[in-house]
Design a protein around this ligand. Sequence first.
Ligand code: ATP
Ligand code: MG
Ligand code: MG
Ligand code: MG
Length: 439
Amino acid sequence: MRLSRYFLPILKENPKEAEIVSHRLMLRAGLIRQESAGIYAWLPAGLRILNKVSAIIREEQNRSGAIELLMPTIQSADLWRESGRYDAYGDEMLRIKDRGDRDMLYGPTNEEMITEIFRAYVKSYKDLPLNLYHIQWKFRDERRPRFGVMRSREFLMKDAYSFDLDFEGAKAAYNRMFVAYLRTFSRLGIKVIPMRADTGPIGGELSHEFIILAETGESQVFCDRAYLGLPVPGPDTDFDDDAQIADIVTRWTTPYAATDEMHDEAAWSKLNGADQLAARGIEVGHIFHFGTKYSEPMGAKVTGPDGKDHPVSMGSYGIGPSRVIAAIIEASHDENGIIWPKAVAPFGAGIINMKPGDAGCDAVSMKVYEALTNAGLEPLLDDTDDRPGAKFATMDLIGLPIQVIIGPRGVLAGEVEVKNRATGERQTLSTEAAINMLA
Ligand code: ATP
Ligand code: MG
Ligand code: MG
Ligand code: MG
């Protein structure tokens, strides 16, 4: 992409409404724009990031055996009356009437709808296990939308729903998602800790929130420092091997980790003082086993091997890609701007042509641009007339992992400068060597 032909509306000033760094940087870097309280437009560079994050989530969901579909954002209230949640859900639900005066709503989540789809088609245990997911916009009329897309009213969610004959099957499904989440967040370049979370009236142990530690987090969390060094399961993880998956879950649930609501002072006090990590955290994912909470009232049953009908045992598994992006920035920035992990950067490299119009600079810039494009790096070439200082500031602000700087003096010597955004390290190399190193 050439910046002169792109739409990247950078803000020079710090927006006053932004209280935390990720919100400030997302606005300044031209990623999002607020259209109403808690409702955001994703500008082109922001959309590229959102798509990259979603693609990684999708790959890991698929790898674990989940199957993608797409459900609508607008749902019928009648569906929610079946589960009893239409009245129970409260003010976070945006309720709408259509022209026929029918009660509709903008989905805050999809348990009811997926249960309706399941019961329409699946009748036998032989079709299980089944895990269906989608990546779709949700609406929750949050009491206090704030921090930009971190807590917005409209937000993207990946939500998966598992269906099994019995608890044992449901637990295996839960474990697969647990491991898929470890892989997903690690690929997104962030360190998450799965923490015991509240299961509400359902009870049981199968609820974990995946938390990123950050000072601006809204939850108080408590965990063992051991989590910071645990190895993440690799791409060769066999999701068909229940025992292998269960082992990984055991390893990742043995050290102490709990959110405020589940915190157990007695267990916590047994930890070595130096291992105790009490911190603020951001919930980026949540997995939850709820058994027959929806299948029972909604009549989602399958015939078991015993020839009898059983309400299916279910779980749901959410990740908020839009919140994840804000959380990545909270964890990865400096005073000059964002530092994107490679996997989610909107462009793989930035090329700064310091003097557009100079034949040498233009030729070298295009050469580097084409080489990096052919290598699949999706570079962004700053070919605008801005002053060099402004170009450097923009490149640092938008946080692409690598910058290639091309100026008239270097061009005469056959050299370009390569800067690593994360470390600030700069190298002067021949154009060829730079291309070979990056492409
Ligand atoms: P919170 O405790 O922050 O209100 P939640 O527990 O209500 O979140 P879940 O119902 O567990 O959220 O939804 C799954 C995921 O969706 C969350 O882990 C989070 O990543 C994302 N999410 C939930 N609410 C929002 C929101 N208002 N804005 C952005 N992402 C959200
Ligand atoms: Mg909530
Ligand atoms: Mg929560
Ligand atoms: Mg939650």
